[in-house]
Design a protein around this ligand. Structure first.
Ligand code: PEP
Ligand code: MN
Length: 448
């Protein structure tokens, strides 16, 4: 027993020998160490059994027996981790999941970029405004968006708030999804939008059909638990290595390490070096891991990632989340998929159609075009199917609110309209109706 724990201590800290990119520069390392010690005493946020169940669900998706939907903010903020915003986001994801499972007759594995998505990689360490230069904003888990020296200085106390906010968000999500709120029979009531919007109109029509089907099932005595409860998993980018390590615990059942900060962790495009600390840290835990892969990814990198992150070739353990950009995917992805297929590497393919399609509007807003997003989803399915592989899921940035951050969509949101309600601190998100629209369009592709 003792030996096992010692081995785990070593395994847990093995990443420290590797270069760690995108870490905050804390001015006081003793303060960081005492926060990490505190975090290690806090209760886990998720449990090994739930994590293992997700791995099985993801394995099913990799065989084409389910489809994964991951959605949520680019960056959560402490100020907006309130009940209304969380409910709107979870409800949006559940609505999308119903649209997709009903439209394509397939189970949807539901994962939120939520309850822990508080840290961001940045392309520059410093931000300049006028003649003032300060550290870049790295997410509320690290520093404040406020452009002052005090605000932008990384503060380890924020890791405790990150933990606390994640815990209260997850508590609410568990109540929503296990406490009857997510009952399939409530689906109709969730459509609060005006039905002159095409996505809402389509949702309304589907809800009417679904109601009828549910009444039929009730009439013949089918009343399964599945109608009342949904499994909803949490995910965030595994970026802040001290936090992720402090939240990693030995499971008393298996004796293995689990990162208990979220069910699913992904590694970003900027930190996916197989010989870097993020990949090594993820290799030590049992959770399913996603790796974002952009257009410069090579076959050798994928092979190395798979051998480090999934040496036992466990189905569902490793997902590759492609984020190539609509103009590049059809050119870059086929060779990667073909190699993975011919090597027999077990991966779950997921498309992130957001991060390769970020543009700056003429009015200066960071935005994305709904048409580009759908084009990338479409091409992703095309490439995977042409190579005889399985398109296993979508990963998008969204919010449950009517923000104006992504241009296009059925309501043809214009560049001028971006100013109306642009709230994101980092990347632009699909609003509620654009999210439903993406779900209907993806269901259509899934069905074909
Ligand atoms: C993100 O998911 O918010 C992100 C930063 O993605 P990527 O690492 O793919 O750029
Ligand atoms: Mn983002």
């Amino acid at each position: 027993m003792l030996i096992r724990v010692e081995n785990n201590e070593e395994l847990l800290n093995a990443w420290r020998k590797y270069p760690a990119l995108q870490q905050p520069t804390y001015p006081d390392l003793d303060a960081l160490a005492s926060v990490a010690a505190d975090l290690r005493t806090r209760p886990p946020l998720v449990f090994a059994g739930e994590v293992d169940r997700l791995t099985k669900d993801l394995a099913a998706a990799s065989r084409g027996e389910a489809f994964v939907l991951t959605g949520g903010d680019c960056a959560e903020t402490f100020a907006q981790s309130n009940a209304d915003r969380i409910r709107a986001k979870v409800q949006t994801i559940l609505q999308m999941a119903i649209v997709m499972s009903y439209g394509a007759s397939t189970p949807i594995v539901k994962i939120g970029r939520i309850a822990g998505q508080y840290a961001k990689p940045r392309s520059a360490d410093l931000e300049t405004r006028g003649d003032e230069v300060l550290p870049s904003y790295r997410g509320d888990g690290v520093n404040s968006f406020e452009f002052t020296l005090e605000g932008r200085t990384p503060d380890p106390q924020r890791l405790l708030e990150l933990y606390q906010r994640s815990a209260s968000s997850l508590n609410l999500i568990r109540a929503f999804t296990r406490g009857g709120y997510a009952d399939l029979r409530q689906v109709h009531h969730w459509n609060q939008g005006f039905t002159d919007n095409p996505a809402y109109k389509q949702y309304e029509a589907m809800a009417v059909e679904l109601d009828r089907a549910l009444r039929f099932m009730e009439a013949v005595g089918v009343d399964g638990e599945n109608m009342r409860f949904v499994d909803f998993y949490s995910a965030h980018e595994s970026l802040l290595l001290e936090y992720e390590t402090a939240m990693t615990r030995t499971d008393s059942g298996s004796g293995k390490l689990y990162n208990t900060s979220a069910h699913y962790l992904w590694i970003g495009e900027r930190t996916r070096d197989p010989q870097g600390a993020h990949v090594q840290q993820a290799a030590s835990v049992q959770n399913p891991i996603g790796v974002k892969i952009g257009p410069t990814t090579t076959v050798d990198q994928i092979k190395e990632l798979a051998s480090i992150l999934n040496p036992e070739a466990i189905p569902g353990r490793l997902s590759l989340i492609t984020r190539m950009g609509a103009s590049k995917l059809a050119d870059k992805l086929p060779a990667l998929v073909a190699a993975v297929q011919s090597e027999g590497i077990p991966v779950l393919w997921i498309t992130d159609p957001m991060h390769g399609n970020t543009i700056t509007s003429s009015s200066g807003y960071k935005t994305r075009n709904f048409g580009d997003i759908m084009q990338e989803v479409h091409d992703f399915f095309g490439v995977l199917q042409a190579e005889g592989a399985i398109p296993g899921g979508v990963h998008v940035e969204l919010t449950g609110d009517d923000v104006t951050e992504v241009v296009g969509g059925a309501e043809e949101l214009s560049e001028e309209a971006l100013a109306n309600r642009y709230e994101t601190l980092v990347d632009p998100r699909l609003n509620h109706q654009q999210s439903l629209e993406l779900a209907f369009a993806t269901a259509q592709i899934l069905r074909e």
